[in-house]
Design a protein around this ligand. Structure first.
Ligand code: DGL
Length: 267
């Protein structure tokens, strides 16, 4: 029987945190990853643009005959999922619902923090989902755009890293949250530094882990072939490989560059 791959897309390299966790849990699956490195970052862009890019990325992956579409990018997940679901009959899974559910299961005080890009925070997607799950939650949100650059520079434990963490996250200490959603693909890479800032007293929700529960129902474990990885980027292969090494702890091979040109564009 033909083996169809799981498709994952992200605005760039950060979604490899989601790729890594899916690869670990499902070693027999083939995975196709698309990082839109030509148009990253999505975080500061308008909702319209992010939806448009997400539609193009989805169209590209659907052409690869995938069986499941994972939206690793929080910013895309926050605004584009309903549009992407209309494009296909295969399951489309984003990171917002898994992250919100995980936060709800962890919080004891009902005081939950969310960090993400400006796009994710302004969309209120996590907040709305959390309140849909439990109206009594008290929610505090903060965009942390500089975290993306820290990770891409590989500055995971420098003086500057700790200062920026303090600047962005002190509000969560003041508000006494007991759970914080790391609502951006890059943030799990800073988990150790964030955990140190909170002295290990705040639950950190990593959607790259939380999403696994939502993928499991669609995976049958009958294949005994070790899964293949295929990576596509829209630009900057060298930078992608460099950061990928850090996130995955291994060399990325099987990398191709694609151009999502005019023919992909949908207004
Ligand atoms: N992948 C994006 C996210 O998870 C972060 C990087 C960007 O702004 O594109 O929201």
């Amino acid at each position: 029987m033909e083996k169809r791959a799981i498709g994952i897309f992200d605005s760039g390299v950060g979604g490899l945190t989601v790729f890594k966790s899916i690869r670990e849990y499902f070693p027999y699956e083939d995975i196709i990853y698309f990082g839109d490195t030509a148009r990253v970052p999505y975080g500061p862009k308008s909702k319209h643009t992010v939806i448009n890019y997400s539609i193009q990325n989805t169209r590209f992956l659907l052409q690869q005959n995938i069986k499941l579409l994972i939206i690793a990018c929080n910013t895309s997940s926050a605004v584009a999922i309903p549009y992407l679901q209309k494009m296909t009959d295969i399951p489309v899974i984003g990171v917002i619902i898994p992250g919100a559910e995980e936060a709800l299961s962890l919080t004891k005080t009902g005081r939950v923090g969310i960090i993400g890009t400006e796009g994710t925070i302004n969309s209120n997607a996590y907040k709305n989902e959390l309140l849909r799950l439990n109206q009594k939650l008290e929610i505090f949100a903060q965009p942390c755009p500089l975290f993306v650059s820290l990770v891409e520079e590989g500055w995971l434990d420098t003086q500057v890293t700790h200062l920026i963490i303090q600047e962005y996250l002190s509000v969560f200490l003041e508000e006494k949250v007991d759970t914080l959603i790391l609502g951006c693909t890059h943030y799990p890479v800073l988990k150790a530094a964030i955990d140190t800032y909170f002295s290990g007293k705040v639950n950190l929700v990593d959607s790259s882990q939380a999403i696994i529960k939502h993928i499991k129902p669609f995976i049958d474990n009958s294949s005994l072939q070790i899964g293949k990885d295929l990576f596509y980027v829209s630009d900057n292969e060298v930078k992608f490989v460099k950061i990928a090494d850090m996130i995955l702890d291994k060399k990325v091979t099987n990398l191709k560059k694609v151009t999502l040109g005019e023919s992909w564009f949908v207004e």
